[in-house]
Ligand binder design. Structure first.
Ligand code: ZN
Length: 324
């Protein structure tokens, strides 16, 4: 029996996860604080794979062949076939700037690919979260993370019907969550987001900006604040859908605030989106908007989806179910 196993690496601003993953199941996992020095992280990635293969397969070199590819998800990494290096905007990690991570991992000897962490999470939500089976393979698919910041990953079909990450012309990750709009708020009227915009979607619904706007941490926010944030999230998503001209069939929402505030928060945002959407009848409505079922595993599973992409296993995803 041959098993397709993927080496997944999820790099975050504070911690890095690595895992061996098969068909969306995490077989092995290890976590470390993200080193300030990227070369230290490279060493950790190599040694962790050695450790995994020993504990997973005994000492047999042969079984290492089951590991088909490696995938990386990270903020501020350039995605796609020519990517794998960090862009100039890495927060908290200045030494990672312009670091060619993919280049440094070539000695793994397997196909390797990197994607922006939100795009990677979007792929995990599409591939591994259980939607209505008959509807599972429908694109476009929008994943939103509502946490310290607010991120969006949009998956679309290319002209041949294959899965494609929606990117900017230059291949960079489009920051869809930063368009300005007039939200409703009882807190501070104008809040400038880290992106430079005043009153963008992140400034209403990202954790850091919620703290600024309402002078309270999301964990201790009153119901009234949660309702306002949900309303602005719904309005912002509605603007996003219409302004980018991609009408997602599914919207999956994850991230710390989404999980902390739960399904009632998501349902409220959905109701507002639907209400606003009816006023723009030219655009079609997503058939499902819900909390992502993958929880905090979404980052690691996302990196495994990127590895599947590296090995060509989801190139024909729309035509061939991946669990075969
Ligand atoms: Zn912004």
């Amino acid at each position: 029996m041959s098993m397709n196993i993927y080496y997944a690496i999820d790099i975050g601003g504070t911690k890095t996860d690595a895992g061996l993953i098969a068909d969306g199941k995490i077989l092995r996992r290890k976590t470390t604080g993200t080193p300030k020095n990227p070369n230290k992280c490279v060493e950790w990635i190599y040694s962790t794979l050695e450790e995994f293969t020993k504990t997973q397969f005994g000492t047999g070199e042969l079984d290492k062949k089951s590991i088909k590819a490696a995938g990386i998800g990270a903020p501020d990494i350039r995605g796609g076939g020519n990517g794998g290096y960090f862009e100039h905007t890495v927060p908290n990690l200045p030494r990672w700037r312009n670091f060619d991570l993919k280049g440094k991992l070539q000695d793994l000897g397997i196909p390797i690919r990197a994607e922006n962490d939100t795009d990677a999470a979007a792929m995990a939500a599409l591939l591994f979260d259980k939607y209505n089976e008959a509807e599972t393979k429908r694109l476009p698919f929008l994943y939103i993370t509502v946490s310290t910041g607010l991120g969006a990953g949009l998956l679309v079909a290319d002209n041949s019907g294959f899965l494609r990450i929606f990117r900017n012309e230059d291949g960079s990750h489009p920051e869809l969550a930063h368009m300005e709009f007039p939200g409703k708020t009882s807190g501070m009227k104008n809040v400038r987001c880290g992106c430079g915009a005043v009153n963008c979607l992140e400034s209403y619904a990202g954790g850091k900006c919620i703290e600024k706007r309402y002078s309270t941490r999301p964990e201790t926010a009153a119901q009234k604040i949660k309702d306002e944030v949900a309303e602005n999230l719904g309005r912002g998503l509605c603007s996003m859908i219409i302004s980018y001209c991609y009408y997602p069939r599914y919207i999956s929402i994850g991230g710390g605030i989404a999980y902390g505030w739960g399904a009632s928060f998501i349902n409220k945002a959905r109701d507002i989106l639907v209400l606003n959407h009816r006023m723009n009848s030219c655009a079609s409505l997503p058939s499902e908007i819900r909390l992502c079922g993958l929880g905090s595993d979404v980052g690691l599973l996302g990196a495994s989806a990127v590895a599947m992409q590296a090995s060509g296993k989801i190139a024909d995803f729309l035509n061939t179910p991946i669990d075969k």
